[in-house]
Design a protein around this ligand. Structure first.
Ligand SMILES: Cc1cc2nc3c(=O)[nH]c(=O)nc-3n(C[C@H](O)[C@H](O)[C@H](O)COP(=O)(O)OP(=O)(O)OC[C@H]3O[C@@H](n4cnc5c(N)ncnc54)[C@H](O)[C@@H]3O)c2cc1C
Length: 398
């Protein structure tokens, strides 16, 4: 669309594109991939991304208008199918990728044609991900990867993985890492399921044995892996805790439903329900405010606030739901190991209760969120970090 054709306000532009998208592609009748492809081409995938990359270069707060309208019309949602790609991969690629990488990765990521996973955590590096040990050694125009990652959500379905590896062990830990996009179907990539408390294996351990990555699939400069990772991590927190759902919906909506269905009328339980409802609404409004303040789309520490509040509240809400269910809360469908098609899903309150235990671990633990908020927002003295300056190779590790 020529610049002269652009309507007077960004809001009008988004609305015009939205109307045209819905008129040309029946959201219920069009297959998900085609609809999402058209949404991407209309610049309505991530409205704050530049034009040509699934966006319109407008404020991210307008994305809510798009998402709500498409959901109300029964259209598909990219996040459901590809939560890690859409929530974390895309902002990382658009911020740090080359033109070629943006053109190659973004559209099939949004349509769900290519699922993404995040290869950060290792057996010896979780909260302190910068201490990771997976090695990448340059060999001409390629890098050779050896090491192990763990807790890799949806690796079993993924085409691409966001991989951080150590390229210079003689640098201090934050400076010797590089970020790559790795083809999960390349020879030497071994994905093995890990079973969760729910019985499902939503995540995996991933072994790399002499896996070759072309240098063209490096994201950001050599040695800049930490800076690139921060973009992924900041977006991960918002992706987990920053969703803005309609008032009274989501987990708290489930609690109200079960309260009504069971005919509860106990004043103490009602008081507890109201307390949880009020907290859920405070979190929702805080997330709306945070998303509106986010001028250019890269989240700051408010992502950690959202993630912390979401994780802790979610656990309490589902615990409350199970209390309301009484003995029925102990009944569990099946512990048969399945490999889900998406992350963080649950088809029963019992499963949601168990799955919620992971909320305060995944995407950074609640303790780590509190550290971030203490240090970066409140300006409190930092943790003691004796391993920050010496070369990574000189730091003792188990
Ligand atoms: C369901 C689920 C999905 C996940 N998906 C992915 C994924 O797709 N990709 C990926 O890379 N990772 C993934 N993870 C891993 C997740 O990011 C890590 O589990 C998390 O960062 C914590 O690391 P850890 O498990 O090694 O625990 P540790 O870092 O060993 O922590 C153990 C305990 O020590 C506490 N602790 C650690 N450091 C501090 C500190 N400085 N101050 C105070 N307390 C501290 C922690 O809070 C925790 O209670 C997933 C985890 C879960 C549960």
């Amino acid at each position: 669309m020529a610049v002269l054709d652009r309507p007077a306000t960004d809001e009008q532009l988004v609305n015009e594109r939205l109307e045209a998208l819905l008129a040309e592609h029946d959201p219920k009748g069009t297959d998900a991939r085609t609809f999402l492809g058209a949404q991407f081409d209309a610049g309505l995938a991530w409205v704050h991304f530049p034009e040509g990359y699934g966006g319109l270069g407008v404020s991210p707060k307008l994305q809510r208008v798009v998402n709500e309208r498409i959901a109300a019309a029964g259209g598909p949602n990219s996040y459901w199918r590809n939560p890690i790609g859409a929530g974390m991969g895309a902002p990382t690629v658009v911020t740090h990728g080359t033109e070629e990488q943006k053109r190659r990765y973004l559209k099939p990521l949004f349509t769900g044609e290519e699922i993404w996973c995040q290869l950060f955590s290792e057996p010896g590096a979780g909260s302190d991900v910068a201490s990771l040990a997976t090695r990448a050694v340059r060999d001409g125009e390629e890098w050779v990867i050896n090491g192990q990652k763990v807790w890799t959500t949806l690796a079993h379905l993924s085409r691409w993985g966001m991989l951080v590896a150590r390229t210079d062990p003689e640098q201090p830990k934050h400076r010797g890492m590089t970020y790559f996009v790795v083809d999960m179907q390349a020879p030497g990539v071994d994905v093995r399921p890990l079973r969760q408390i729910t019985g499902e294996a939503e995540f995996n351990e991933v072994y790399f044995t002499d896996v070759r990555i072309p240098d063209s699939e490096r994201l950001g400069d050599v040695g800049q892996g930490w800076a690139v990772s921060l973009t992924t991590l900041m977006n991960e927190r918002v992706s987990i805790g920053g969703a803005i759902q309609p008032k009274g919906s989501g987990p708290i909506g489930e609690a109200v439903k079960i309260w009504k269905a069971k005919g509860h009328n106990d004043p103490a339980l009602r008081d507890e329900l109201m307390q949880l409802w009020a907290e859920a609404e405070v979190n929702r409004l805080t997330n709306i405010r945070a998303s509106q303040l986010r001028a250019v789309g890269t989240p700051g520490p408010e992502g950690s606030t959202a993630k912390l509040a979401f994780a802790e509240l979610n656990k309490r809400v589902y615990e409350f739901c199970l209390n309301l269910m009484g003995p029925e809360g102990m009944l569990y469908g099946s512990y048969e190991m399945i490999r889900p098609e998406t992350a963080m899903g649950a088809d029963s309150l019992q499963k949601a209760f168990l799955r919620a235990r992971a909320n305060s671990i995944e995407g950074g633990t609640s303790e780590v969120m509190r550290n971030i908020l203490g240090e970066r927002v409140l300006g409190l003295p930092g943790d003691v970090r004796v391993d920050k300056e010496p070369p990574w190779s000189k730091v003792p590790r188990s």
